[in-house]
Ligand binder design. Structure first.
Ligand code: FAD
Ligand code: SF4
Length: 292
């Protein structure tokens, strides 16, 4: 089962992992889970930018395909088909370039064939769904407007506008405007704690390596994030990588347990000050989801 939390949430006290645990306690969901066994756990940010966020696709020596380019059909949460098709289009363009003796240049043809493909057509049809839900809410009102926009385009009515996105980071509100949320304690049967869940992601990193979660300014986590946002990285990280320690001694500092990172990239996206950059760790480490 999966639980999606839109990362443009405002309350810095919101705790996506705990929202998931609380949801599992709803009688309708609990009924499904009772008698079952927790076997695995993982987390991943869904690339929700859609067509208007797709960057330039080719550069000398490489091309962006699949989720790297942001080809998820957002309302359907589906991107496997566009990932495969964009890989095929890139491969066709590269094979043709090699066959004609080219090397070290940009395969601009990939961009052109993609713009003419069903990927572009499909993503253009749903391009306003995400921004509409972000603006009007995920309730019946917002969903109805998003559905009307999508269906109008599907039946050929060309609505001549494309809505823009806001960044999830800048949507995060300051703690002064919100109250902490009390989440129920896990019962160990249906709901669980975060660390024992991360254990089930089989995450592993070589220990002797630089931290792959890079802070632009090491003072910001305490001086800004803790002071104004109650350090939301403690909560939005699904793996408990970020911990504020030393509060009791009066000298709080951010501890980064990088070895637990499940590579979801949420910190790179949601940190209100955009102070965290996720870089590829050494040694091919990360989560290992055997059933996926
Ligand atoms: C919760 C969730 C539910 C989804 N449900 C659906 C669904 O039902 N149907 C659907 O069609 N799509 C679904 N999607 C979307 C779909 O999973 C993605 O669009 C698709 O997997 C993208 O494929 P990809 O190959 O581009 O990227 P990925 O599947 O992300 O593959 C990228 C791979 O590269 C590896 N990698 C990253 N960095 C490095 C590095 N430096 N060196 C070596 N390897 C590296 C990663 O470990 C990963 O294995 C879902 C996505 C999420 C997050
Ligand atoms: S450190 Fe960042 S990328 Fe890693 S699990 Fe936490 S939020 Fe995700």
């Amino acid at each position: 089962m999966g639980f999606v939390v839109a990362l443009d949430y405002k309350n810095p006290y919101l705790y996506p992992f705990e929202e998931f645990q609380r949801w599992k306690q709803h009688p309708a969901i609990r009924e499904i889970l009772e008698g079952g066994k927790r076997v695995s756990y993982g987390a991943r940010a869904i690339n929700e930018g859609g067509w208007q966020s797709v960057p330039k696709l080719a550069f000398p020596g490489g091309a962006l395909i699949g989720c790297t380019a942001g080809f998820v059909n957002v309302p359907r949460i589906k991107g496997s088909h566009t990932a495969m098709k964009s890989g095929m289009l890139a491969a066709d363009s590269i094979a043709a370039a090699i066959a004609s003796g080219r090397e070290h240049d940009e395969v601009g043809e990939y961009q052109a064939t993609l713009n003419d493909s069903w990927i572009a057509k499909e993503l253009k049809l749903v391009r306003n769904a995400g921004p509409i839900v972000g603006k009007f809410g995920a309730d019946l009102y917002g969903s109805t407007i998003a559905a009307m926009d999508m269906w109008a385009r599907t039946i050929g009515i060309n609505l001549p506008f494309t809505m823009k996105h806001h960044t999830d980071a800048e949507e995060t509100g300051k703690k002064s405007g919100y109250r902490p949320i009390n989440y129920p304690k896990p019962d160990g049967v249906i709901s669980f704690d975060r660390l024992s869940s991360v254990f089930l992601s089989n995450t592993n990193h070589e220990e002797d390596q630089p931290c792959h979660l890079v802070l632009a300014d090491p003072e910001v986590p305490i001086k800004v994030n803790l002071e104004y946002y109650d350090a939301p990285e403690q909560r939005y990280c699904p793996a408990g990588v970020y911990e504020i320690v030393g509060r009791e001694e009066g000298s709080p500092r951010l501890q980064i347990n990088a070895q637990n990172c499940v590579h979801c990239k949420t910190c790179d996206i949601k940190d209100p000050t955009q102070n965290i950059t996720w870089v590829a760790p050494e040694g091919g480490g990360g989560p290992n989801y055997p059933n996926m």
